[in-house]
Design a protein around this ligand. Structure first.
Ligand SMILES: Nc1ncnc2c1ncn2[C@@H]1O[C@H](COP(=O)(O)OP(=O)(O)O)[C@@H](O)[C@H]1O
Ligand SMILES: [Mg+2]
Length: 369
């Protein structure tokens, strides 16, 4: 197990350094700590006695050596801490109550409350998965009722005074104008592709939905982009959320991101090195049920939300199709791209599927109820 540290010490030593740095009693036996899991970036250990999770960043991610970047890591962990406390105000106990971190070249870690073991999404009944989807939809809606605690838009950065704020210094209007223009350009590039598909229909649907985009009633929300099943805990006491990728954005865009991921991304990326551990091809019904539950809770009470969600979902589909088209036209793929997206043959298969879905995407909103 290789950790992001300049020290040549054992795993137990490094863990003990983190523990004693936090004023906790060091451990003498490996049995007092267990490996909970690993994502792309961290190893997570459970400290049995304290019921705390110690995360230590990996030295290798996506098969490449990770550079130690103090400011980036500090901003990342500070953003997680901020999101956890914001999220807990929206829904008590949804995220760890406790979170601290330490960032030095010799030793970097985070320490947070343990939220228990999650059921695998594939082991849930479709009804259970639907219920979790409803809870997540309600939670996203609750986030939108809260004022964003930071200025700016986008992923969080630390300024010179150590203050967090959104990386983009723009008004909501400017941001949406720029973003919508990019979607328009992506559609144009897609239509210029050599691939054969129903371009007339894709263009008609696309231009209509893009021009109908109006997020006037939306507010900038402090929300989370990474709600993959590996970062959600499906427990008897409801769903819980860890390891967020927080950002400031119109809330509906991130609601659409969740629905898109559970409808298209996870079901279609099961064959990538990045996601194969999730076995998502075995949980297609549960993924879909989660997305349906989310939509039901998030959009059922407001026709404006339904419209906005429908359009934002389309835009996620468009941008993913465009990304696949770009990857296909690249001469070679980097190793990281292959890990994330798969081989060219796999990318092409997905691309064709996305194009079909773009052509079939309804301009009118299908009924939610
Ligand atoms: N606070 C926590 N409570 C319960 N399980 C956790 C907690 N933090 C991490 N885990 C487990 O460890 C795994 C990896 O941790 P994670 O923080 O998601 O790593 P990465 O940043 O690499 O994605 C998670 O998928 C989850 O199973
Ligand atoms: Mg994770």
């Amino acid at each position: 197990m290789k950790f992001l540290t300049t020290q040549a010490v054992s795993e137990l030593d490094l863990i003990n350094q983190a523990i004693t740095n936090e004023g906790l009693q060091s451990i003498s036996h490996q049995a007092e700590v267990s490996l909970l899991g690993e994502g792309a970036w961290h190893f997570a250990f459970l400290l049995e006695k304290e019921q705390l999770v110690l995360r230590i960043p990996k030295k290798i991610a996506y098969e490449k050596e990770v550079l130690f970047l103090q400011n980036e890591l500090t901003a990342e962990y500070a953003a997680t801490k901020a999101f956890y406390s914001h999220a807990n105000r929206a829904k008590g106990g949804v995220c760890p109550e406790q979170f601290t971190f330490f960032v030095q070249e010799e030793l970097t870690y985070t320490l947070e409350s343990y939220l228990g073991k999650s059921s695998d999404i594939g082991d849930l009944s479709t009804n259970e998965s639907l219920q979790y989807g409803i809870e997540i939809g309600e939670f996203f809606l609750a986030l939108e009722t809260m004022e964003a605690p930071y200025k700016g838009i986008g992923y969080l950065k630390c300024d010179e005074d150590g203050q967090l704020n959104g990386g983009l210094d723009m008004t909501q209007k400017e941001f949406l104008y720029e973003e919508t223009k990019e979607y328009d350009e992506e559609l144009s590039r897609l239509l210029a592709s050599e691939y054969e598909f129903d371009k007339k229909r894709v263009e008609a649907v696309g231009r209509e939905l893009i021009s109908a985009r109006s997020l006037d009633g939306e507010r900038i929300t402090f929300t989370n982009q990474d709600t993959s099943p590996e970062n959600l805990i499906f427990s008897e006491n409801g769903f819980k959320m860890i390891d967020p990728y927080p950002l400031l954005s119109p809330g509906v865009s991130l609601a659409a991101n969740h629905v898109f991921n559970y409808t298209f991304l996870f079901p279609l990326f099961y064959n990538t090195i990045r996601y194969r551990k999730g076995n998502y091809q075995q949980s297609l019904l549960q993924l879909r049920a989660n997305a349906s539950g989310f939509i039901k809770a998030y959009a059922a009470h407001s026709s404006q939300k339904q419209t906005n969600l429908h359009i934002e979902m389309y835009l996620k589909l468009l941008t993913m199709a465009h990304e696949h088209g770009e990857l296909l036209s690249a001469t070679t793929l980097s190793r990281e791209q292959i890990i994330r997206y798969g081989t060219k043959a796999q990318i092409e298969e997905r691309f064709v599927y996305f194009l079909k879905n773009l052509a079939q995407y309804p301009v009118e909103i299908p009924s939610v109820c």
